[in-house]
Design a protein around this ligand. Structure first.
Ligand SMILES: CC(C)(COP(=O)(O)OP(=O)(O)OC[C@H]1O[C@@H](n2cnc3c(N)ncnc32)[C@H](O)[C@@H]1OP(=O)(O)O)[C@@H](O)C(=O)NCCC(=O)NCCS
Length: 244
């Protein structure tokens, strides 16, 4: 059971086998899974939502199949009936991240670092002007990584607030830098006036070629530690990070 204040992030690589997760899904989730055109997307969705149920069921001490979900005004999923346990999910091809905690709002985002030939154009469309300047001031070889760091940090924040893209991405600023600290992670406070109570940390991705970030309200996140995988006994391989 997670304790007050801490935030746990599980990263699960989809190259691992995850049998039996379909059985955990409810009829809505199965219908959504069956709606994907590409098998890869369907598999990602089944694995992400099955693992989410497994993790939350463990936390609450209930059968994962018994969990019910609702969605907030902008689509953020939550448990029904509401409990202290909050969570957020991110999945991209090959990797899933689940963040959870008690009594704090959390957001997590994981992205594959892809070719990005239009960093400046995309940045000017979505990021704040200061973020674009920060990225373009870096040596060209470092710009792509900074772009994706910035992207995941911003996404984690808009997901933590629950506002999603209704919080325009160019209205707040995150750091784009990379700090050399233990495990390559860093926290900082948002500089935008609407975001001062949020803090963000990079999360070490469980697979090469991905970046991930976590955002939460409440006390600033300051440190992370690797923890034993809490769903190992269910046969699910995961890397677990504890933030406080
Ligand atoms: C939720 C959102 C913010 C992020 O989506 P994403 O990065 O594409 O996908 P992720 O895998 O990280 O997150 C999706 C999950 O977040 C959760 N989610 C959905 N709406 C959410 C919201 N408003 N707040 C928090 N979480 C939300 C859901 O669990 C969803 O999973 P599901 O669709 O399987 O149920 C979405 O609104 C979006 O469309 N983003 C577009 C990204 C973009 O264009 N960014 C521009 C460059 S920065």
């Amino acid at each position: 059971m997670t304790t007050a204040g801490e935030v746990i992030v599980l990263m699960v690589s989809l190259s691992d086998q995850h049998d039996g997760l379909w059985e955990l899904l409810d009829s809505d989730e199965r219908e959504r899974a069956n709606g994907f055109y590409f098998a890869r997307d369907r598999y990602d969705y089944i694995a992400a939502h099955g693992l989410l149920r497994l993790v939350l069921g463990r936390q609450l001490g209930v059968d994962p199949r018994a969990l019910r979900f609702g969605r907030g005004r902008h689509g953020k999923p939550h448990l029904v009936p509401p409990t202290e346990l909050r969570f957020n999910l991110s999945h991209t091809h090959g990797l899933i991240a689940v963040a959870f905690c008690r009594g704090r709002d959390v957001g997590v985002d994981v992205e594959a670092v892809r070719e990005a030939s239009k960093i400046e154009a995309i940045g000017r469309q979505f990021f704040s002007p200061e973020e674009v300047e920060d990225i373009l001031a870096l040596p060209p070889a470092d710009q792509r990584a900074a772009f994706f760091r910035c992207w995941t940090r911003k996404e984690a924040l808009i997901k933590a607030t629950g506002m999603g893209l209704s919080l325009p991405l160019d209205t707040f600023r995150v750091s784009t830098g990379f700090a050399i600290v233990p495990r390559g992670q860093r926290w900082w406070r948002q500089e935008g006036p609407r975001c001062t109570q949020w803090s963000i940390m990079d999360v070490r991705a469980a697979a090469k070629g991905y970046v991930a970030a976590l955002a939460a309200n409440g006390p600033a996140l300051t440190a992370s530690q690797e923890r034993p995988n809490p769903i190992a006994d269910a046969g699910a391989a995961a890397t677990c990070w504890r933030f406080e």
